[in-house]
Design a protein around this ligand. Sequence first.
Ligand SMILES: [Zn+2]
Ligand SMILES: [Zn+2]
Length: 249
Amino acid sequence: MLIQSDYHIHASFYRVRKEDDPPRPKAAEQLAAAREAGSVYVGIVEHCNNSPKHPFYCLEELAAEFYSPEFPRNNVFFGVEADLKDDGSDFCGRGGREKLGLHYVIGSVHDSPKSGKNIEEYIAWEYKCITNALKYNTNIDFIGHPFGEGVRWERSGDIPMWHWGLIPQNFLEDILHLAKESGKALEINRPYFEDPVYLDFLKRIRDEKILFEVGSDAHRASAVHAAAERTKKLEALGFQEEYHWRAVK
Ligand SMILES: [Zn+2]
Ligand SMILES: [Zn+2]
């Protein structure tokens, strides 16, 4: 049995919003949704990057909610989703981690065709960010949604269909090898269970006893249930709780 956990839930109230933006959830609302969805261990995050939507003071406001006396913190953890740079460093850094009182840092790549990259350039860039982070970054705990941005090139019409067969196999081999060697976890965060190359990657995580984390990546309360569905899929695939990443305080 896997213990359902979800360390990738955004308290997206804590970002710079436009006047007409819909209301977004604070940590307490996302935690309640995660409990409702059955997650035992819950991690609340927001983005840490250089976007004007995500200034550092927003994370300080989220920290204030998390550490307020009335916030229930039993089996609840506080992290950030920090953008990775191509040298493997992250936008949060040790300093940000200490200042905010974080329990963990997710290292993720965010990109889109708006950056000017074509799909091959995006894949090569994400590969570089992830492998350098696994080799050199001691601040991050797991890699968020590896190659999770490829679908944006499908949505923009730049490619007919996003699938994991577009990723060179040696890139996937290197990521698996470095994850195992570094003791960092890989996040399972996207619903591509029908994609044979993705499925093979998941089976390699399982067979090579690489740490894994399941994330809903919910930005709204209604999306938190995705962790339950993904956990069930992994359980059916034979993933073991022993290698299920856990945050520590
Ligand atoms: Zn992300
Ligand atoms: Zn996210």
